[in-house]
Design a protein around this ligand. Structure first.
Ligand code: MIC
Ligand code: SF4
Length: 759
């Protein structure tokens, strides 16, 4: 298999030969004789001169140097625009851009691709030329979903990567610490600055037994979501260990680590094993496989850890794979779980639609060769008995390499024969880029997908679509049965029992190599011109946000108090209306909090139709009110109040940049999701947490807020604020924050990028 020409190759040989020494030095400095795998990798990547010898989990900020940065097109635009503000001529770290999010699923792979290239030409050109200029590898639309391409081409055991997408931990399936971040983090890392992260607590998940039948790797993570909920992984690394880890292929492990993002985990990781070496070989990286094999013991937790896990992990959970049943989660949240045997009864009890209106297989979570073959193995049996999909069945392969291989090996054909439609290798319906014609807006219906997210409106923009998630094989079974009253483990269709899915983990004849759509950057990109037109409706160069003026905040206006789940999809919705504006901050900011539930009314406020960046869009009333106030006299600033786990979900930093642009200075919540909290800090907004969760009820939309003694803002010391309500009553609030001294510097400078440019 040919080798990919990297713009800035990682020297794997040097990396692996230095690893044992780096780990030994870390152990000595930390005074520990044994380390977990996550600790080994984190401390082997300390930024020079920044080793924290008494690092404490959950407390210390680690300064690290990642080996790689990966960016997808919807977030890369902001990452690149911020990197351009840094004035550097080349990315300091091996970096790539992947065009996957902006392709709209409408009529099948070929037409969808052609349309995407036409519609997004300006953005793709921007990303292509910027990549060429700054030494960044560029993957064109059609090459695949970022996390599958990264797994196939770049992920390596023991490495550290950050990516501007929350499912970056997919590479944990190949033994890498891979963490989702906002674009500002990527921009700073590419500018050569240390990358900082709170040293996470460690959850050890011991897998015992062996999976069989209809149970799939997806069920491990769905089960864990049931146990830990979408908050349970916050500031934690989930490290898998135990004999059961060996039962999963590399891509199967990737499914599990990918969806650790749904737990809110910093990342998830599996120990290096022979299956990973096989995957490296079969994806054309035998040299990486051999070099990693030579240091195998260093790419796992130490024996003492495995013998006494409770002494080394902050929490240990055990899952017996032999007893694990297929699970289904949803609607509306990935932690609303039940085993498949309980599904039909719950459908009935809750009055959910008893048949799916569409079934979808794919997304970065479940689009590997093995996934598609497991699904095809069921389709083959169905085809032989003349059973076809009873509802639309949409399939997205993860990468061009997977697509070409399933074309060669016949899976594509059988999927088409049972009525499937294969979409472009991209995110498509998973990010709401789905031009769904079969259902009216507002019509109640249910879909089942093998994706990872199912927030309201996520896939088709319709709040009345109930989205369930399960493994690809279970989705296939429902496509063929056409009803949720069916359980493939026990029931038959027209007297025919579907066979248990089976598949080789890797194609017997190897993958059909593809680097279709890859462009390496030239050695010298200084002559490349990056174009951003002044009147563009898609891109807008950034202006630095103003620095803090040194005064306390007085009379801030509480613009909105959100109630319940407030994900980044609620704060900065994606979908076909807003995705095109990811490189245009003033334009996309019209969507600010468009999907948030107003605590006053318990409802999502209706949008206002207007022309935004050359097209009719439904603007958010909160954005319009913010704009009116910001541009009016005596503007003091705005506050948003949030509930638990505010900003859960994605890495999109528009959910922090839009509020910043529109004048939000403070966000107060009961708790924050990790990536979003960092994104707020990076953009100069103060994220504050009620010290008493019940104080959430003391503050209301329209109240005024003073935040005092900001000149003495220091790490660990609560902040005092006063809320003045409609009757003029003044109540004191104690608010916690997690800002470090350096992050306070970002606040003062107006943003992390401003602070970096001052140094
Ligand atoms: C998602 O799955 O929500 C996304 C779309 O991939 C986001 C990134 C984005 O909004 O661009 C994520 O997961 O970070
Ligand atoms: Fe794309 Fe969906 Fe994966 Fe996000 S979760 S990267 S939108 S496939």
């Amino acid at each position: 298999m040919p080798t990919l020409q990297e713009s800035k190759p990682v020297d794997y040989k040097a990396f692996y030969s230095a690893l044992p020494d780096r780990i030994a030095q870390a152990k000595e400095a930390l005074g520990k004789s044994a380390l977990t795998l996550a600790e080994k990798i984190l401390f082997a990547h300390t930024f020079p001169g920044r080793f924290e010898a008494d690092a404490q989990r959950g407390k210390t900020i680690l300064a690290l140097r990642p080996d790689r940065v990966a960016m997808q097109d919807a977030t890369a635009q902001m990452a690149m625009l911020q990197f351009m503000q840094s004035g550097r001529s080349q990315a300091a770290v091996a970096s790539t851009v992947h065009c996957d999010h902006l392709i709209r699923a409408q009529s099948g792979a070929k037409e969808d691709m052609e349309r995407a290239i036409r519609d997004n030409e300006e953005v793709y050109n921007f990303l292509r030329t910027a990549s060429a200029k700054y030494g960044i590898g560029f993957w064109k639309p059609g090459s695949g979903i970022i996390h599958q391409v990264v797994l196939e081409k770049y992920a390596f055991p023991g490495g550290l990567m950050i990516g501007t997408d929350s499912h970056t931990p997919n590479a944990g399936g190949l033994g890498m610490i891979a963490i989702g971040v906002g674009g500002a983090d990527a921009a700073e890392t590419m500018a050569g600055l240390p990358w900082e992260v709170l040293y996470p607590k460690l959850v050890g998940v011991k897998l015992t037994g062996k999976m069989s039948g209809w149970t799939a790797s997806k069920d491990v993570i769905l089960k864990l979501l049931d146990q830990l909920t979408t908050k349970g992984g916050t500031n934690r690394i989930i490290e898998y260990f135990g004999d059961g880890t060996a039962s999963f292929s590399t891509t199967g492990k990737g499914t599990i680590t990918n969806m650790g993002a749904e737990l809110g985990a910093t990342t998830s990781i599996f120990p290096f094993d022979d299956k990973m070496a096989d995957y490296l070989r079969s994806t054309g990286r035998p040299d990486v496989a051999e070099a990693a094999m030579a240091v195998k013991a260093h790419l796992q937790a130490d024996a003492e850890v495995l013998a006494n896990p409770t002494q080394y992990y902050d929490e240990v959970i055990e899952i017996n794979l032999s007893e694990l049943e297929p699970h289904i989660v949803g609607p509306h949240s990935p932690d609303r779980a039940r085993p498949i045997s309980a599904f039909a009864a719950e459908i009935e009890r809750e009055g959910f639609p008893d048949a799916p209106s569409a079934t979808l297989i794919g997304s970065c979570t479940n689009s590997s060769y093995e996934d598609i073959e497991r699904v095809a193995s069921i389709a083959r049996a169905a085809q032989a008995s003349d059973i076809k999909a009873k509802v639309p069945l949409l399939i997205t392969p993860g990468s061009d390499q997977v697509l070409k291989t399933i074309e060669r090996d016949g899976q594509l054909e059988v999927l088409n024969q049972v009525g499937g439609t294969v979409l472009a290798n991209a995110c498509g319906p998973c990010i709401g880029n789905w031009d769904r014609q079969d259902i009216e807006m507002g019509q109640t219906n249910a879909i089942i997908t093998s994706f990872n997210r199912n927030f309201p409106k996520r896939n088709d923009g319709n709040p009345e679509t109930l989205a369930f998630i399960s493994s690809p094989e279970i989705v296939m079974a429902y496509a063929l049965a056409g009803t949720f009253k069916f359980n493939p483990l026990t029931d038959a269709i027209n007297g025919v029992k579907l066979p248990e899915p089976t598949a080789p983990e890797l194609p017997a004849e190897g993958f059909v190599y593809s680097d279709n759509g890859y462009e390496a950057a030239p050695a010298d990109g200084s002559g490349v011109k990056v174009e951003v037109k002044d009147d563009s409706t898609r891109l807008k160069l950034l202006n630095p946000f103003p620095a803090w003026n040194g005064a306390d905040y007085t009379g801030l206006y509480v613009l909105l108090k959100t109630q319940g789940q407030t994900t980044t999809d609620h704060i900065s919705p994606a979908g076909k209306d807003w995705l095109p504006l990811r490189g245009h901050l003033p334009g996309i900011s019209y969507n600010m909090c468009r999907g948030a539930v107003d605590a006053d009314t318990g409802e999502v406020a209706p949008g206002i139709d207007m022309e935004i960046c050359g097209r009719q869009r439904s603007a958010s009333p909160w954005a319009l009110k913010a704009l009116e106030m910001r541009d009016g006299p005596d503007f003091k600033g705005l506050v948003i109040v949030g509930d638990e786990n505010y900003g859960e979900g994605s890495s999109r930093e528009h959910a922090a940049m839009s509020p910043r642009l529109l004048g939000v200075k403070v966000v107060i919540a009961r708790s924050f999701a990790r990536i979003h909290e960092t994104n707020l800090k990076k953009q100069g907004i103060l994220p504050l947490v009620f010290s008493q969760s019940g104080d959430y009820s003391l503050i209301k939309k329209g109240d005024a807020l003073d935040v005092v003694d900001l000149a003495n803002l220091v790490p660990g010391k609560p902040v005092t604020a006063y809320v003045v309500n409609h009757q003029g009553e003044r109540t004191e609030l104690k608010l916690n924050h997690s800002l470090t001294a350096e992050q306070i510097g970002w606040f003062k400078a107006g943003s992390a990028m401003n602070a970096a440019n001052q140094n």
